[in-house]
Design a protein around this ligand. Structure first.
Ligand SMILES: Cc1ncc(COP(=O)(O)O)c(C=O)c1O
Length: 392
C-alpha cells in the first residue's frame, strides 16, 4: 500500500515511543512512574462536568455543531471576556476568535490556512514536536531558530540571518514554553511583532500555558503593540482546567488569519460538540479560582522536585512557567543516556531534551502532572538510587 511521501519526514512521536517502553516494563511487573508527558491527572472542575452533563441531555446539542462554523458565538464571546479579564486584550468575538479542537489542531489549520508549499517557516529549537509535522504536511520547510539557556531560552531575533528572515512566511513559537518552561517578556513580544511586520511573517503564537507562571506576570502575545496585525494566538482549555481529553481550545487575533484557519477547518471537521462548548464557557467564565488552586498544587510539586534535585547536586535556575522543569543533564551523559539511566535505576520516565530538537540536547524535562503520592514515590526513588551527580 502506498503511503504519502510527507509521512516519511515525520519521526516517531516521542510519547508513543515512551508509552511503548512504559507498557513493556509494566507488563514485566515494573512499577513505572512517568514524569515525561504533560497530561494533568487532576480532575476537571466539577461545575464544568455538570454543565457538560446537563447540556449533553439536550437533543438540540446532538446535531452537527455547524450552524456557527467558527464555534458557537456564545463560546467565542466567553473567549473574548476571558482575554479581556485575564490579559486586558480586547477581541471582536465575531471576527477575531475561532473555536478549536485543542491548540494542537490550531497549529495545523494555521499551516493549512496561511502557508504555501515551498515556504520557509521558522520554528524554535528546542520546540513543541507538533509544529514541524504541520509545516511538512503543507509542503513547507521548517528552519530552526535556536533557543539557548544563556538567553533565557528566548530566540535572538536579531541573529536570524536576514536572508532567512526575509524568506520566511511564518513563525511558530510558544511561551510559557514547552519544553523549557521559559517565559517571555513584554519587550520580547514587542520585538517579535516588529520583526514579523518588518519581514512580512505571520506569527503562530501558541499559548496553552498562558496561565501557568510562577512569580511573573501572565502574558498574551496579543497584548504586544501591533501583534494583531501580524499573528494569532492559539490557546487551550487543556492545561488550565485539566481538560486535555475534552479537546477544546481557541485561536484569536488577526481576522484574516482567523478567517483562513476557519476555511481550512470548515472543510476538515464539523466543529466541537456543542455540549463541550457550553462546558468550555463555564470554565472560561467561572473557574479563575480553580486556576489559582492548580498553580498552588504545581508550585508545591515544583518545590518538592527542586529540593530533591538540589540534594542530588543540581544548581540551575528554575524556569518560571508551565508545569515542566527543564533540567541540565549531569556530566558524561547525553539526554537519552540520562533518561535510560534514571529509568534503569528508578523506573522513573523523563523526556529526553534531544527529542525536542538539537538544541534540546544536554537537558531532560520533568513534568509535574502526576499525583502527589506518585511524585513523592518518584522523588524517594531518585534520592535512594541516584548517586550524587556531577555537572560541568
Ligand atoms: C506547546 C503546546 N502546544 C499545543 C499543545 C496541545 O494542546 P491541546 O491539548 O490544546 O491540543 C501542547 C500540549 O502539550 C503544547 O505543549
Amino acid at each position: 500500500m502506498q503511503k504519502a511521501d510527507r509521512l516519511g519526514k515525520i519521526p516517531p512521536y516521542l510519547f508513543m515511543t515512551l508509552r511503548n517502553k512504559i507498557n513493556e516494563a509494566r507488563a514485566r511487573g515494573v512499577d513505572v512512574i512517568s514524569l515525561a508527558i504533560g497530561d494533568p491527572v487532576d480532575p476537571t472542575p466539577a461545575n464544568v462536568i455538570d454543565r457538560l452533563a446537563e447540556t449533553a441531555r439536550d437533543p438540540e446539542n446532538h446535531r452537527y455543531p455547524t450552524d456557527e462554523e467558527w464555534g458557537m458565538l456564545a463560546f467565542r464571546e466567553a473567549v473574548a471576556r476571558w482575554y479581556e479579564r485575564r490579559h486586558s486584550v480586547t477581541l471582536d468575538a465575531k471576527k477575531e476568535v475561532l473555536a478549536l479542537i485543542g491548540s494542537k489542531e490550531g497549529c495545523h489549520h494555521f499551516a493549512l490556512g496561511v502557508i504555501n508549499p515551498g515556504d520557509t517557516v521558522l520554528v524554535t529549537d528546542p520546540g513543541y514536536p507538533g509544529y514541524k509535522p504541520s509545516i511538512w504536511f503543507v509542503g513547507a520547510e521548517p528552519v530552526a531558530v535556536p533557543m539557548k539557556s544563556e538567553h533565557d531560552f528566548l530566540p535572538k531575533l536579531d541573529e536570524i540571518p536576514s536572508e532567512i528572515a526575509q524568506k520566511a512566511t511564518a513563525f511558530y513559537l510558544n511561551y510559557p514554553n514547552n519544553p523549557t518552561g521559559a517565559v517571555a517578556t513584554p519587550a520580547f513580544l514587542a520585538e517579535l511583532a516588529v520583526f514579523a511586520r518588518d519581514n512580512d511573517i505571520a506569527v503562530c503564537y501558541d499559548n496553552p500555558y498562558s496561565e501557568m507562571t510562577f512569580g511573573v506576570e501572565r502574558l498574551s502575545f496579543l497584548s504586544a503593540p501591533g501583534a494583531k496585525e501580524v499573528g494569532v494566538e492559539l490557546n487551550s482549555l487543556s492545561k488550565p482546567y485539566n481538560m486535555t481529553g475534552w479537546r477544546i481550545g481557541m485561536a484569536a487575533g488577526n481576522p484574516d488569519i482567523i478567517g483562513a484557519m476557519a476555511t481550512s477547518k470548515a472543510n476538515t471537521d464539523s466543529g466541537v460538540f456543542n455540549a463541550v462548548q457550553f462546558a468550555g464557557i463555564e470554565a472560561l467564565d467561572n473557574c479563575d479560582a480553580f486556576i489559582g488552586e492548580m498553580l498552588e498544587v504545581y508550585g508545591r510539586r515544583r518545590e518538592s522536585l527542586l529540593a530533591v534535585l538540589r540534594e542530588l547536586g543540581w544548581t540551575f535556575e528554575p524556569p518560571k512557567g508551565t508545569f515542566y522543569l527543564w533540567v541540565p543533564v549531569p556530566k558524561g551523559y547525553t539526554s537519552a543516556d540520562f533518561c535510560d539511566f534514571v529509568f534503569e535505576k528508578c523506573a522513573v520516565v523523563l523526556a529526553p531534551g534531544a527529542a525536542y530538537g538539537v538544541n534540546g540536547e544536554g537537558f531532560v524535562r520533568f513534568s509535574l502532572t502526576v499525583a502527589d503520592d506518585r511524585l513523592d514515590e518518584a522523588l524517594q526513588r531518585l534520592r535512594d538510587n541516584l548517586p550524587r551527580l556531577e555537572f560541568d
